[in-house]
Design a protein around this ligand. Structure first.
Ligand SMILES: [Zn+2]
Length: 481
């Protein structure tokens, strides 16, 4: 059931991209292990706690003590994987001329492309030393770009560096690290495999490989890698990541699994296996149509979790008006359903769109674009809301799209409904004027690191106020009396 708040506006499918950290409890076991969980309760024999896999329990006899409300719990593994607190690998291959090349390739706050081009010219003669030095120069440029948040060019330079020095493990490891930062886990694994051939006992390789498998939701393999990295060299980042993976594994062991070409589905015992299979079939159908409309296919499998209603509310701790949620994995409550009805199908398409946009923009889409496009893709249009949106706009009360870029988690139900309707109207205006191609191009610009307003200016030649004005005009023209 989704609430109807104002007669003018019914936004049926509501969801958000992230859940803010919630305070959780820590259960400390007698063996020293700690379990982070919420809503810890106990009876005579057992301690019960909530995790993202539902309620779990352990015998009281193994618990040393419980610390209440201490630790922030973050989102899902997939959402967090790109931001695991794992530091960059060592930057420099240990060669005598590294420092000299560094300061020639990057100086006065910029990359010296003329210097790098001269190095490349020398290298094209086939001289081994020149090749190694050119690789170092590109590597220095990549480090500089990474430090300035320009992942795109850092990746380009680091990839070029590995072309000039394909057997240099430090460069391969650094390239893998850049892919990890972009959540391109399989690419990262390819380069780590190559690095292994030249440096089989390098702990950084296993540390990063564990990260890649964690991002792919392959917790078992992540645990193997991180244990191996720790055996080779003690390391606090790796230990923390391993502890977290072990916690996630415990949480998810009570869930059943199913998968299809593009999805990994988990559901708890209350959901019927037939429903799970039908959800996967529906998602695969939506995947095809969304790929062609957004001109993009996410490289990684998409995680989906089906919940009972109560489990969803407890676990996500989202505001009451949230109907489904995408925090890296698609989380959908399905209680009482035995088959995929039209409403669930729309919810799935809406949430799937978020996953596409998230991956296509490498996590850089503002909330109003995410929600606007997701509603458009599920088939919603502005007809019922047009009149009131126009009225609000004409009174000069329209919310600036710039203010709708960040999280909507703190919005009240009414304000959220307005935000959804206004976001849809603006996306609808863009799509109806020039087609979905413009949305694709805006998403591509965002993925390359542009600000939202710059992306709009490049593609539409509109800033925020231009777009909102055309949106109001479009609504009047299309839905006016
Ligand atoms: Zn949504």
């Amino acid at each position: 059931m989704r609430p109807r708040l104002k007669s003018w506006c019914v936004v049926a499918t509501l969801c958000l991209l992230c859940v803010p950290p919630a305070l959780a409890d820590k259960i400390v076991l007698k063996n020293g292990r700690k379990i982070i969980a919420s809503n810890v309760t106990e009876d005579a024999n057992k301690v019960y706690y909530e995790t993202s896999a539902g309620q779990l329990s352990i015998p009281k006899s193994i618990v040393d003590h419980i610390e209440k409300g201490l630790t922030p719990v973050m989102g899902s593994p997939a959402a967090e994987a790109a931001n695991l607190p794992i530091a960059a690998p060592p930057a420099e291959p240990a060669t005598a001329d590294a420092a000299e090349i560094d300061s020639a390739a990057v100086h006065d706050g910029a990359v010296d492309r003329a210097y790098i081009a001269r190095m490349e010219n020398e290298a094209h003669g086939g001289n081994a030393k020149a090749n190694a030095q050119t690789a170092l120069a590109h590597h220095a440029a990549a480090q500089f770009e990474l430090a300035h948040g320009d992942l795109e060019h850092a990746l380009e330079d680091e990839r070029t560096a590995t072309n000039f020095a394909p057997e240099q493990p430090v460069l391969l490891i650094n390239l893998a690290y850049l892919y990890l930062r972009r959540s391109e886990f399989k690419q990262a694994i390819d380069y780590l495999d190559r690095a292994k051939r030249f440096s089989p006992d390098n702990p950084d390789i296993y540390k990063l490989e564990g990260w890649a498998y964690y991002g792919l939701n392959r917790l078992d393999q992540a645990v193997v890698d991180w244990k191996k990295a720790l055996a080779l060299r003690p390391d606090a980042d790796t230990q923390a990541a391993l502890d977290k993976a072990l916690r996630d594994k415990t949480e998810e062991e009570s869930y059943k699994e199913n998968e299809s070409a593009h999805f990994q589905l988990k559901y708890n015992g209350a959901a019927a296996p037939a429903l799970a299979r039908e959800v996967l079939r529906t998602l695969e159908g939506h995947y095809e149509s969304t790929s062609s409309e957004l001109n993009y296919s996410p490289p990684e499998p998409i995680g989906v979790i089906l919940y009972t209603q109560q489990g969803f509310a407890d676990i996500t701790q989202a505001p009451g008006w949230v109907g489904a949620l995408n925090d890296g994995r698609i989380r959908v409550p399905v209680q009482g359903l035995t088959s995929v009805d039209a409403e669930l199908s729309r919810v799935l398409k809406h949430e799937l769109t978020h996953s596409f946009i998230q991956q296509k923009t490498r996590g850089h889409a503002p909330t109003w674009i995410q929600e606007g496009v997701a509603q458009w893709m599920e088939g919603k249009r502005s007809d019922v809301n047009a009149a009131v949106l126009v009225q609000i706009y004409d009174q000069g009360q329209a919310a600036s799209l710039g203010n709708l870029e960040g999280s909507w988690m703190g919005l009240s139900g009414d304000t959220a409904r307005y935000a959804y309707a206004w976001a849809l109207a603006n996306i609808e205006c863009v799509v109806e004027s020039d087609g979905m191609g413009d949305v694709d191009r805006i998403l591509d610009r965002l993925g390359a690191g542009a600000s939202t307003e710059d992306a709009l200016k490049e593609v539409l030649h509109d800033d925020y106020s231009d777009l909102m004005r055309s949106c109001a005009d479009y609504l009047k023209k299309t839905y006016g009396k």
